[in-house]
Design a protein around this ligand. Structure first.
Ligand code: HEM
Length: 524
């Protein structure tokens, strides 16, 4: 059996660059216009010119992949067949094709392919995020909706988020008094981390309440390290099949080192929970209690393991934290750059919430403009600009043949800036999300948006955290707008995107100084 070779990022990167240069050389010497690609006699979707050996690999080395892919599709079409070495990928960049895939092939594309490394707790064999749509995924999805992210579960955990928002507000007031600047992304990350920790593990396990700030920081550090690994994880996932045959395991060392840190932390928290006496749970069961109960239950629909619980927690942290950190930052950046929008938001919150109370989740349905601003930010700056699915079996889309095990890469960034479906697609215009007047128009608009608005993906594997994301963003942004003026350094906010990240990140973190707008503190 071939020995497993662990490849580190630097070595791997140099190797790929050399291979790309070699391929470019071959390309310039021998390249002929490709014929329309075929697979077992069937037509594949159109394919842009590729390089020998590596195929279209050089395209994913781009520093802003979603933008390079957007350019590629405006030149060659919205439905493209790419090949990374011998791994087939179908790139989808228009809403009508994305809609057709999720409508006619949702079951077939309800998996994400093999996770990069089995041994890791993070995206390994006990993964939830990358689990095939089988019994384990269905069991966990049901528990997640019922106990954590569904609308009833969110109503039950409202108090947790209100307390954390109050602490967040006090923290900003402290900064305002000291005339200290705040890194909006970092502050938002603390808030969402504390909220997710408490929703998952309950008050008693919240490390900050135990006075253990160092451990909270450690958890936050691990999330940051994991997010930095996402590009490697994506590459490892894509290339797992061909490289496994050669005994190569990409980025194993990096991934395992972060996972060990999480493992230690979660094992300690799990033990703490297990030591609790049964009557201590009553009335305030958290997600960890629910999962421990499932672990002990001999008759559970699915027999989960300790590693399943740990993987689930790690992946939820990663999925929830960075996306909300980035979106909060982009939202404040857009609001600060558009004084008219800021003014309109203040008028709306002032008339609905009043001047003395702080915004609450129950106010959100009465704040349509605030909701429209959040939606427009997610359209222009989706934190996950690309998401992937894998076909379980071969299928036909738009008359083209799609072989089994093909990765569908949906470019949500391109879909939501498609000039065929959005007017002035690159402009920040929250009004486009204000609900139309008549009921019929409302229904029509809802249907249309469900097709072309996909920051949370679509179908069965669509994001289960969307409701939490909307209430988090609505209240956090609402409070920052209501309670503070924001002073930036320099003339204007720089809205450039960071290069080399898989998530859509601001190149220059938003740093600004809060100035309190209130003489008296908010009433809670
Ligand atoms: C602005 C915030 C967020 C955005 C834009 C976002 C976006 C996404 C996207 C695009 C996907 C892939 C969907 C697909 O394949 O169709 C996804 C999956 C997922 N997200 Fe989110 N997400 C956000 C927040 C959250 C939060 C707060 C949580 C939970 C705490 C979360 C948990 C997950 C999970 C568990 C999955 C995998 C679902 C599955 O495979 O069944 N996300 N998210």
């Amino acid at each position: 059996m071939a020995a497993i070779i662990t490849v580190e990022f630097q070595n791997c990167f140099v190797f790929f660059i050399l291979l790309s240069l070699f391929s470019l050389l071959c390309y310039s010497l021998f390249f002929k216009k490709p014929k329309c690609s075929r697979h077992h006699g069937f037509d594949l979707p159109p394919s842009p010119p590729s390089l020998p050996i590596i195929g279209h690999f050089h395209l994913i080395l781009s520093l802003l992949i979603h933008k390079s892919f957007q350019k590629l599709s405006s030149k060659h079409g919205p439905f493209l067949y790419l090949r990374i070495f011998n791994v087939p990928i179908v790139l989808v960049s228009s809403y009508s094709i994305a809609y057709e895939i999720f409508k006619t092939q949702d079951l077939n594309v309800s998996s994400r392919g093999l996770p990069p490394i089995n041994e890791s707790l993070m995206f390994g064999s006990s993964t939830f995020l990358m689990a095939p749509r089988g019994d384990y995924w269905k069991f966990m999805k049901k528990l997640t909706v019922r106990n954590l992210l569904g609308s009833h579960a969110l109503e039950r955990s409202r108090g947790i988020r209100a307390n954390e928002l109050e602490r967040f507000h006090k923290n900003l007031l402290g900064k305002a008094m000291k005339k200290e600047s705040a890194d909006i992304g970092k502050e938002a990350m603390k808030l969402i981390n504390n909220i997710i920790f408490k929703m998952l593990m309950g008050r008693r396990s919240c490390l900050e309440e135990d006075g253990d700030e160092a451990e909270t920081e450690r958890a936050r550090g691990l999330v940051i390290e994991s997010v930095a690994l996402l590009k490697k994880i994506a590459l490892g996932t894509l290339l797992r099949r061909p490289l496994e045959k050669l005994g190569i395991s990409l980025f194993k060392k990096d991934i395992l080192s972060v996972f060990r840190g999480f493992d230690e932390l979660l094992e300690r928290i799990l033990e703490e929970h297990e030591e609790k006496k049964p009557n201590e749970h009553q009335g305030e069961e958290d997600m960890m209690d629910v999962l421990l109960e499932a672990l002990r239950d001999e008759n559970a629909e699915y027999k989960i393991s300790r590693n399943h619980i740990k993987s689930f927690f790690i992946e939820l942290f990663i999925a929830g934290t960075d996306s909300l950190r980035q979106t909060t930052q982009w939202t404040m950046a857009e609001i600060i750059s558009n004084p008219n929008i800021l003014e309109r938001l203040r008028e709306e919150t002032g008339s609905v919430v009043g001047k003395t109370s702080m915004i609450q989740e129950t106010d959100l349905p009465n704040l349509p403009y605030l909701q429209a601003v959040v939606k427009e930010v997610l359209r222009l700056h989706p934190p996950a600009p690309l998401f992937a699915r894998t076909s379980l079996k071969e299928c036909k889309i738009r008359g083209f043949h799609i072989p089994e095990n093909t990765t569908f890469l949906v470019n949500a960034y391109a879909v939501m800036r498609d000039p065929d479906s959005w007017e002035d697609p690159n402009e920040f215009k929250p009004e486009r999300f204000l609900v139309a007047s008549s009921r019929l128009e409302q229904e029509e608009e809802k249907r249309e948006q469900a097709i072309k608005y996909i920051p949370f993906g679509s179908g069965r594997r669509g994001c289960p955290g969307a409701n939490l994301a909307y209430v988090f963003l609505g209240t956090a942004v609402g409070m920052m707008v209501q309670g503070f003026e924001w002073r930036i350094k320099g003339e204007e906010v720089n809205l450039e995107e960071a290069a080399g990240e898989l998530n859509l990140t601001m190149a220059h973190p938003l740093e600004c100084t809060p100035v309190s707008r209130k003489r008296k503190p908010f009433a809670f």
